[in-house]
Write a protein that binds this ligand. Structure first.
Ligand code: G3P
Ligand code: CA
Length: 249
């Protein structure tokens, strides 16, 4: 069986605070994951920061939206203590710090642009600049639920792979992807169980199939058997063990 690319969702987020430096470091040190999936926003003063939600309440000790905070305010937040007191003292990374870490650790990065709830002007170009400054076009692929953004991204920078995230069953996907310039589709894994024919459809159009967020061993086996190209999981340790058993190392 083909071994897919295996990514740690928001780092090793099952066991460590999501999108924290610790979660990224543990994904690298404690699992055999090929890379990391993570999320980027822009602060009020224009810094690209790694964070999942549009607002900070759920995963920090602060309140309000990322877009309304300065970088210094975001950096002051504790993003570890909500998970467990033992993780208190974790602080956000910028996109630049995450890219440098991935380059050093030889990890791939699937970067999700969080621009479907909040309007972030020029997020695409800002991300492209960070990646290209480091010449990491082959080590990073981007995705978003905002497909207009992904279209623009690809037009701005054909060298970086783009993916269309979606989480609901849609009609006539064949017609939809005919209009798209994206390199891959990123369906929630359950959608491939409803419509197994989609894997072949996407592959026949030269697109990769990168699925998320697969945390259950049986579902991991199912996705590998269906021939997906990439699996994103909060449990990269389990994901790697399943892949070792089914696909070989
Ligand atoms: O990229 C897959 C997945 O991360 C998309 O959804 O909400 O977990 O960022 P979410
Ligand atoms: Ca994400």
């Amino acid at each position: 069986m083909k071994r897919p690319c295996l990514l740690a969702h928001r780092g090793f987020s099952e066991a460590y605070p999501e999108n924290s430096p610790l979660a990224f470091q543990m994904a690298a040190e404690k699992t055999g994951a090929d890379g990391i999936e993570s999320d980027v926003h822009i602060t009020r003063d224009g810094e690209l920061v790694i964070f999942h939600d549009a607002s900070v309440e759920r995963t920090s000790n602060g309140t309000g939206f990322v877009k309304d905070h300065t970088y210094e305010e975001m950096l002051a937040l504790d993003i570890g203590g909500w998970k467990s007191p033992e993780f208190a003292g974790q602080h956000i990374w910028t996109l630049g710090q995450l890219l440098d870490f991935c380059r050093e650790a030889k990890l791939l990065l699937n970067l999700e642009l969080k621009n479907y709830e909040v309007f972030y002007r020029d997020l695409e170009q800002r991300v492209i600049d960070e990646i290209c400054q480091r010449q990491m076009q082959d080590a990073v692929f981007v995705s978003s639920f905002n497909h207009i953004s992904m279209q623009r991204f690809k037009e701005l920078c054909p060298d970086i792979e783009t993916g269309l995230l979606y989480d609901k069953p849609l009609l006539d996907m064949e017609a939809y992807i005919r209009r798209s310039n994206a390199d891959s589709m990123h369906p929630r894994y359950m959608l491939l169980q409803y419509q197994p024919e989609l894997v072949e459809l996407y592959h026949s159009r030269g697109m990769k199939v990168n699925t998320w967020t697969v945390n259950d061993g049986e579902a991991m086996e199912d996705m590998m058997a269906r021939g997906v190209d990439c699996i994103i999981s909060n449990r990269p340790d389990l994901l790697c063990r399943v892949a070792d058993r089914l696909c070989g190392k």
